[in-house]
Design a protein around this ligand. Structure first.
Ligand code: PEP
Ligand code: MG
Length: 756
C-alpha cells in the first residue's frame, strides 16, 4: 500500500498540468483499490464542487456535475470535513441523482475530503456496484491518499491551472512567502528568466581547439565587463564593501577556477558551450547536495553566472528590455546582480520564488528600501510577466491581478506611507519622548554601510545591533582581521560619538557562510552564534581584535554576544575579550575595554537573566529568535507564519521579566528584534521599561512619531490592560484600536488592516 501511495503521488507530482494530474489520480486509485469508479470533485472560483475527473462515470458528466457545499453526498463530505462510507448510497437522505453520470449502478460510496490548510479543496470518491461497506483499511488508504494529494492539488491550483470558472478572466490571487524587506509596492511584473538554459545544451564536438578556447575567453571577457558594469550601476546605492559580491563572481571566472576547468574539457574535444554547462552543472550539484541553505545560495550565484556566460557562448544576445516605471522584478531565484539591470528609479518591488530573508538579494533590498517578498514557493511566476502586482513586504504576501478595490486600498496605504515618510522627516532633530516628557532613545540595526547612511538621515541615536555576519556573508572567505577592522571603523566613525553595538559573528541556523558549511538536521537548534565562535577561538579573537582596534580614539564600541544559553559561554567570551584587550594595550594601542552585553533570544537566557545581568554591562533582547524559540515556530517558514505571533502573551511576559531582571541588577536593557520597529509594540516596550529600542531605519520615524503622540502614563495603562489578555490576536487588535483612537491609524503596520 505504501508503495502504491508513493508511486501515485510521484506520478501526480510529475504531471505536466492539472488535467493530467487528475486523470492519473482517478485511474490509479481505482486500480489500486479495485473499485469500479474513482472521481475527483474540486471547488471552483464560485465555491461549487465540480466533477473534474472520473474513471468509471460517464465522461460527459465531467464539468457538468456541480454541487454546493452541503448538497448531495459530495457536498455533505465537504461540510462534515470527514469521510462518508455507505453500502447503499441511494438510501441516504442526502443522495442526489445526476442522470448524466450513469452512477445509478453503483451502490457503495466512499467519499473523503481533500483538505489543505483547513480548507476543503475537493472530494475524492470511490464507488462500487457491489453493495458493501468499504473496510477500515480502504477508508484509511483513501484518507492518506487525499491528504498527500491536497498539497499537490493546492500547488497546481495556485500555479494557475485552477478550475476555470467558465469564461472567467484572470482574477485576483494571493501568494504567501516571507518578508524580505518591508513596505508596499504596486506595479507591473517583469519576470526575469534566465536567457540560456544550462540543462538544455546538446553535446557538440569542437573542430578547432585553439579557436574554441579563444572564443570562450572572449565570452568570459564580455561577461566580466557586464558584471563590472552591473557593479558600477549599483555603486551609488551600495558601498564598496558590499561590492565584494561582484568580485567573488569575477574570481569564479578565473583560469584557476571555472575558466581553467572548462578550457581543459575543450582541449579534450568538447565545444565550449557544452563544456561550460557540464562544469557548471557538476559544481551546482555539489553545492546542492550539501543541503545547507547558504551553500544553496552559492549554487544560485553559480547558476546565474553560468547562464550569463552561456548566453554569450550561444550568441543569443540579451534583448534590451523595456522596464516599466514601477517594475516589480519577479524571478525563480533573484540574485543580487539582477538588481543592477533595472535602471535607477524604476525598481519598485522584488519577489523571489526561492530564497529567504537572509538571501543576498533580501539583504540588499533592505538596505535599498525596496519592498521584497521571498520564498513564494507557489507563485506561478512564468505566467506573471506584464501583470499587475502588489507586493506587501510587511506581511510577506503578493497579489496578482488585484481587484480594483484591493488596489485602491493598497494605493491609499502606499500614498499614506509616502506622505508619512515626508511628514516624518521633520522629526529627525526632535527627541524621542512622550507628551509627558518620558525619553526613550531610538537606535538602529545595521549590516551594510547603506544602512548607516539611511540611519543617520533619519536621526538614529546609535546602533543597537550591527550584524557583523553581513559583511562575512558577502565574501568568499573569512575577511582578514585588517579587512574587518576597516569595515568596523567605518561604522564606528559614522556614528561617533554615539555608541555602536557590534554583535560577534552570528552564523548557523539559517545563516551559514558559503565558505564555512554547517550541515545539520536541525540548524536552529544546532551550532549557532556563540557556540560556533567559542569552538573557533581563532575566528572570535580576530573579530574582537578588529573591533577593539577599530574603536581606538572613538571609544564608542559595545560588544554583544549572540545565542547565549548559559553562564559558561559568557565567562569564556569575557575572558577572551579581556585577553585581547590586554594584548592590544601591550602592543601600544590606546583602547578602552568596551561594554559587554548578551543577547536574550533563547528561553533559557530569559530565566537566567538575573544571573546574566550580574556578569555583563547590558542586555539586548533578540525578539525574532526569542519568539521563534518560545513559540516553537520557525521564523522563516511561510507554512507556520500565522503562528509566529509577536504579541503572544508568553512573549510579552518574557520581555517584561527580562526588563525587571536587568533593572534589578542595575544594568540597561535594549531590544533589537523586529518587534521594536512596530509602532504599536514600541509603545508597549517603552512602557515595560526598555531603555533603548533598536530597529531598522525604515521604521524609526514612525516609532518616534507614535511615541511623541502618547503619554507614558497612557502607555503604561495600555500595557497593564494587555498583559492580562490571554490571546495574541486580541492583544494586537487592542493595540491597533488604541492607535486608531489616538488618531494614529496611519502608523498601524499597513498590511495588518488589509486582509484580502
Ligand atoms: C533577533 O533574533 O531578534 C535578532 C535581532 O537577531 P537576528 O534577527 O539577527 O537573529
Ligand atoms: Mg537572533
Amino acid at each position: 500500500m505504501l508503495n502504491s501511495l508513493r508511486t501515485i503521488v510521484q506520478e501526480v507530482n510529475a504531471a505536466r498540468d492539472m488535467k493530467t494530474a487528475l486523470a492519473i489520480i482517478v485511474t490509479r486509485v481505482k486500480q489500486v483499490m479495485h473499485t469500479q469508479v474513482c472521481s475527483v470533485y474540486l471547488r471552483d472560483a464560485t465555491g461549487a464542487y465540480v466533477l473534474m475527473a472520473t474513471d468509471g462515470l460517464n465522461q460527459t458528466a465531467v464539468g457538468a456535475v456541480r454541487l454546493a457545499a452541503g448538497e448531495g453526498l459530495v457536498g455533505r463530505v465537504v461540510v462534515r470535513e470527514e469521510p462518508i462510507n455507505l453500502e447503499h448510497a441511494e438510501a441516504h437522505p442526502n443522495y442526489q441523482y445526476f442522470p448524466e453520470t450513469g452512477e445509478e449502478r453503483y451502490s457503495s460510496f466512499l467519499g473523503v475530503p481533500i483538505i489543505h490548510h483547513r480548507k476543503v479543496l475537493g472530494v475524492l470518491v470511490v464507488q462500487q456496484i457491489e453493495q458493501r461497506r468499504f473496510d477500515e483499511g480502504e477508508e484509511a488508504f483513501l484518507v492518506t491518499m487525499s491528504a498527500q494529494l491536497a498539497g499537490v492539488i493546492a500547488h497546481a491550483e495556485a500555479t494557475g491551472v485552477v478550475v476555470p470558472a467558465v469564461g472567467a478572466k484572470a482574477t485576483q490571487a494571493k501568494f504567501v512567502g516571507v518578508s524580505g524587506a518591508s513596505g508596499i509596492a504596486i506595479g507591473e511584473a517583469v519576470v526575469i528568466a534566465p536567457s540560456a538554459d544550462l540543462r538544455a545544451v546538446p553535446y557538440q564536438a569542437c573542430a578547432d581547439v585553439d579557436a574554441e578556447i579563444a572564443f570562450f575567453q572572449q565570452c568570459l571577457t564580455s561577461v566580466r565587463e557586464d558584471i563590472k558594469s552591473l557593479g558600477e550601476q549599483l555603486k551609488a546605492r551600495i558601498n564598496r564593501e558590499e561590492q565584494a559580491l561582484f568580485d567573488a563572481y569575477l574570481a569564479m571566472l578565473d583560469d584557476a577556477s571555472l575558466g581553467g576547468e572548462v578550457a581543459g574539457r575543450i582541449r579534450k574535444g568538447a565545444a565550449a558551450a557544452y563544456a561550460w554547462s557540464e562544469v557548471i552543472i557538476e559544481h551546482e550539484n555539489i553545492f546542492n547536495s550539501m543541503s545547507d541553505p547558504y551553500l544553496r545560495e552559492r549554487a544560485t550565484d553559480l547558476r546565474d553566472l553560468g547562464r550569463r556566460v552561456l548566453a554569450y557562448l550561444q550568441a543569443s544576445n540579451q534583448n534590451a528590455r523595456v522596464y516599466p516605471d514601477r517594475t516589480i522584478l519577479i524571478g525563480e531565484e533573484l540574485t543580487a546582480s539582477m538588481l543592477g539591470e533595472i535602471p535607477q528609479g524604476k525598481l519598485a518591488g522584488l519577489v523571489s520564488v526561492l530564497g529567504s530573508s537572509n538571501s543576498h538579494v533580501a539583504i540588499l533590498a533592505r538596505a535599498m528600501d525596496i519592498p521584497t517578498v521571498m520564498g513564494v514557493v507557489d507563485l506561478p511566476f512564468k505566467q506573471l510577466n506584464g501583470r499587475s502586482i502588489i507586493v506587501d513586504g510587511y506581511k510577506g504576501s503578493v497579489y496578482s491581478d488585484p481587484s480594483p478595490a484591493l488596489r485602491k486600498q493598497y494605493k491609499a496605504i502606499f500614498l499614506e506611507e509616502q506622505a508619512l515618510v515626508k511628514g516624518l522627516e521633520a522629526l529627525k532633530h526632535l527627541p524621542c519622548q512622550t507628551i509627558d516628557k518620558y525619553r526613550v532613545p531610538l537606535f538602529v540595526n545595521t549590516g551594510l554601510m547603506a544602512d548607516v547612511l539611511r540611519s543617520l538621515e533619519r536621526g538614529a541615536e546609535g546602533v543597537g545591533l550591527y550584524r557583523t555576519e553581513v559583511p562575512f556573508l558577502l565574501r568568499d572567505r573569512f575577511p582578514s582581521e585588517e579587512e574587518q577592522r576597516a569595515i568596523y571603523r567605518e561604522q564606528l566613525e559614522a556614528f561617533a560619538p554615539h555608541s555602536v553595538t557590534m554583535r560577534t559573528l552570528d552564523i548557523g541556523g539559517d545563516k551559514a557562510l558559503p565558505y564555512f558549511p554547517i550541515e545539520e538536521d536541525n540548524p536552529f537548534l544546532g551550532w549557532r552564534g556563540i557556540r560556533v565562535t567559542l569552538d573557533h577561538p581563532e575566528i572570535f579573537l580576530a573579530q574582537i581584535r578588529a573591533m577593539i582596534k577599530a574603536s581606538e580614539g572613538l571609544d564608542n564600541l559595545r560588544i554583544l554576544l549572540p545565542m547565549i544559553t548559559n553562564i559558561q559561554e559568557v565567562d569564556a567570551s569575557k575572558a577572551l575579550i579581556k585577553r585581547v584587550y590586554k594584548e592590544l594595550l601591550e602592543e601600544g594601542y590606546r583602547v578602552r575595554l568596551p561594554a559587554i552585553g548578551v543577547m536574550i533570544e533563547v528561553p533559557a537566557a530569559v530565566y537566567l537573566a538575573p544571573e546574566l545581568s550580574r556578569r555583563v554591562d547590558f542586555l539586548s533582547v533578540g525578539s525574532n529568535d526569542l519568539t521563534q524559540y518560545l513559540l516553537a515556530v520557525d521564523r522563516n517558514n511561510a507554512q507556520v507564519a500565522d503562528l509566529y505571533q509577536a504579541f503572544h502573551p508568553a512573549v510579552l511576559r518574557a520581555l517584561q521579566y527580562i526588563v525587571y531582571a536587568a533593572h534589578d541588577a542595575g544594568i540597561s536593557v535594549s531590544i533589537c528584534g523586529e518587534l521594536a520597529g512596530d509602532p504599536g509594540a514600541a509603545v508597549l516596550l517603552m512602557a515595560m521599561g526598555f531603555d533603548v529600542l533598536s530597529m531598522s531605519a525604515t521604521n524609526l520615524p514612525k516609532v518616534k512619531s507614535v511615541i511623541r503622540g502618547i503619554t507614558f502614563a497612557h502607555a503604561k495603562r495600555l500595557l497593564d490592560e494587555v498583559m492580562r489578555m490571554p490571546n495574541g490576536d486580541q492583544i494586537r487588535q487592542r493595540i491597533e484600536q488604541e492607535l486608531r483612537d489616538t488618531g494614529l491609524t496611519r502608523l498601524i503596520r499597513p498590511a495588518t488592516s488589509t486582509d484580502a
